[in-house]
Design a protein around this ligand. Structure first.
Ligand code: PLP
Length: 453
C-alpha cells in the first residue's frame, strides 16, 4: 500500500489518543514503518532520530534482537496462561523476583498489569483494600498534584491534575483531590524565594491539604519523582524528603508513580532512588519492557503485603493478562540487559552526563528560557523574553511550531504547551547525542526565525 492508501484507511477508521481528529484527518498521519536503535523510518523512507524513546519507553532502542528472541521463544513454549487459578509461569515468577531486587528495600511484592494506567488503578485498589484490612475503611481519599499525569482510565484521569482531561468526563471521581503549587520552581517560585524555601512551601501545601481533608480520611499521596507529561518538572531541592516526613506523620501512604522514571531513566533503577526517598508503594510500566510488550507492575512494601497476604478475604482484583508469560519473558530480558549494558551504572552515568552537558548548552539560545533535566530526561522551555520568562501568545503555539520543525528535520521532540521534551533511548551513543542536539538546535533556530517574523 502507498502512504496515501494507508493514510486514507487510517483516516476512515482509526481513532487516535489525545488527538484533534479533524486536524489529523486534514494532514493524514505520518506512517512509521520501521525502527532500529535510536532511529525510526517512515513510509516515505525518511530517517528520524527518536528523541522521545517512543512514548518515554524504548530504553533499549528499536529492533533489539535479544528481546525479539525472548518473545519468540516464549510464544513458542507457552503463548499464554493466566495467574488466577493458583498458577504461575516461570517468566512471571522470575520477573517478580527481579523487580523486587531492583526496588528499594522492602518493596518486594509485585502485581502485574498491562499499562501504566492499569497499574495505577491496581495501586488505588490495593491501597483501599489495605486500609480496609487495617480496620480503617474511611481512609480512601487520595491526594495528587496539579499538573500530574497518572494515566487516562477513569481512575488515572481522576489522579491526574490536568483539568482538560476531567471536566467533560465529570471527573475526578469523589475522594480524588489535587494540591498546588506544582513543585516547579521556574514557574511557581516567588520572587526572592530560594528553591529550598519553595520546596518547603509546596510540602506545607500537601500537609495543609491532609489536615483539611482529615488525616483519618487520607489513604495516600501520589507523585511522579519528576513530573513528566504535565511539563517535565524536576522537584525542588529537599521536596521529597519533606513529603516523606509529612506522609509518615499523618499515616498516609507514599506512592511513587515510576511509570516514566523507572528502569534507568533518571540514572538509577527508580526515580525515588535518584531523589533519596522510600515510598510504600510504586507503580511502573513503559521502560519495564522497553515498550516491546504492554506491561506494568505495582510493588508494595512489607507492611501492606503482610496485611494482604494474611487476609482471609479474596483480593478481588486482577486482569486476564496479569503476568502474561510472553510479556514477562521480554521484560525479564530487558531488565537483565539494562543491567548488563551498564545503563544503570557506569555507561548510564557517562551518557547522561554527556546528554545533560549538551542540553545545558542550549541555554544560550534566544528562544530558550530554561533547560532542565536528569539522567536521560530533558526539558526545554520556549520563551519570547529570557529575562522576564514571557511566553509567545497564544501559549502553546511556539511548542507546536518547534515540534513541526523537529519533525520536518528528522528528529522527534514532544511539545506540551511551550515545553519541549527529550527522552531518548538509554542506549543512545555520544555521536547520536551530537546528531540529536544538532537537529534540535537547527529546529530551535527555524522556530525562532518563524516566531520573530
Ligand atoms: N503514569 C505516568 C507518570 C505516566 O507518564 C503515564 C503515561 O505516560 C501513565 C501513568 C499512564 O501509562 P499508560 O499510558 O501506559 O496507561
Amino acid at each position: 500500500a502507498t502512504t496515501k492508501d494507508l493514510q486514507n484507511i487510517d483516516n476512515a477508521h482509526h481513532l487516535h489518543p489525545f488527538t484533534v481528529h479533524h486536524e489529523l484527518r486534514e494532514t493524514g498521519p505520518r506512517v512509521i514503518t520501521r525502527g532500529e536503535g535510536v532511529y525510526l523510518w517512515d513510509s516515505e523512507g525518511n530517517r528520524i532520530i527518536d528523541g522521545m524513546a517512543g512514548l518515554w519507553c524504548v530504553q533499549l532502542g528499536y529492533g533489539e534482537q535479544e528481546l525479539v528472541d525472548a518473545a519468540a521463544d516464549a510464544l513458542k513454549t507457552l503463548s499464554y496462561y493466566n495467574t488466577f487459578f493458583q498458577t504461575t509461569t516461570p517468566h512471571a515468577a522470575r520477573l517478580a523476583q527481579l523487580i523486587a531486587e531492583k526496588t528499594p528495600d522492602g518493596l518486594d511484592q509485585i502485581m502485574f498489569g498491562s499499562s501504566g494506567s492499569e497499574s495505577n488503578d491496581t495501586a488505588i485498589k490495593l491501597i483501599w483494600y489495605y486500609w480496609n484490612l487495617k480496620g480503617k475503611p474511611e481512609k480512601k481519599t487520595i491526594i495528587s498534584r496539579e499538573r500530574a499525569y497518572h494515566g487516562s482510565t477513569v481512575a488515572g484521569a481522576s489522579l491526574s491534575g490536568l483539568p482538560f482531561m476531567q471536566g467533560i468526563f465529570d471527573l475526578p471521581l469523589p475522594r480524588f483531590h489535587h494540591v498546588g503549587p506544582t513543585p516547579h520552581y521556574y514557574e511557581y517560585g516567588n520572587p526572592g524565594e530560594t528553591e529550598k524555601e519553595f520546596a518547603l512551601r509546596c510540602a506545607k501545601a500537601v500537609e495543609d491539604k491532609i489536615l483539611e481533608l482529615g488525616p483519618e480520611n487520607v489513604a495516600a499521596f501520589v507523585g511522579e519523582p519528576v513530573m513528566g507529561a504535565g511539563g517535565l518538572m524536576l522537584p525542588p531541592e529537599g521536596y521529597w524528603q519533606e513529603i516523606e516526613k509529612i506522609c509518615k506523620k499523618y499515616d498516609v501512604l507514599l506512592w511513587s508513580d515510576e511509570v516514566i522514571c523507572g528502569f534507568g531513566r533518571t540514572g538509577e533503577w527508580f526515580g525515588c532512588q535518584a531523589y533519596g526517598y522510600t515510598p510504600d508503594i510504586m507503580t511502573m510500566a513503559k521502560g519495564i519492557s522497553s515498550g516491546y510488550q504492554p506491561l506494568s507492575a505495582v510493588a508494595i512494601n512489607r507492611e501492606m503485603a503482610d496485611a494482604i497476604v494474611n487476609a482471609d478475604s479474596e483480593m478481588a482484583h486482577g486482569y486476564t493478562y496479569s503476568g502474561h508469560p510472553v510479556v514477562c519473558a521480554v521484560a525479564l530480558r530487558n531488565i537483565e540487559m539494562i543491567e548488563e549494558l551498564g545503563l544503570v551504572g557506569a555507561r548510564g552515568e557517562e551518557i547522561s552526563a554527556y546528554f545533560q552537558k549538551k542540553l545545558a548548552a542550549l541555554d544560550d539560545h534566544p528562544l530558550v528560557g530554561q533547560t532542565r533535566g536528569i539522567g536521560l530526561l530533558g526539558g526545554i522551555e520556549l520563551v519570547k523574553d529570557k529575562s522576564t520568562k514571557e511566553r509567545y501568545q497564544p501559549e502553546g503555539e511556539a511548542g507546536l511550531i518547534c515540534r513541526r520543525h523537529c519533525f520536518e528535520n528528522g528528529v522527534i521532540m514532544r511539545a506540551v504547551g511551550d515545553t519541549m521534551f527529550l527522552c531518548p533511548p538509554l542506549v543512545i551513543s555520544k555521536d547520536e547525542i551530537d546528531e540529536l542536539f544538532d537537529l534540535v538546535r537547527k529546529s530551535l533556530d527555524l522556530s525562532h526565525k518563524e516566531l520573530s517574523a
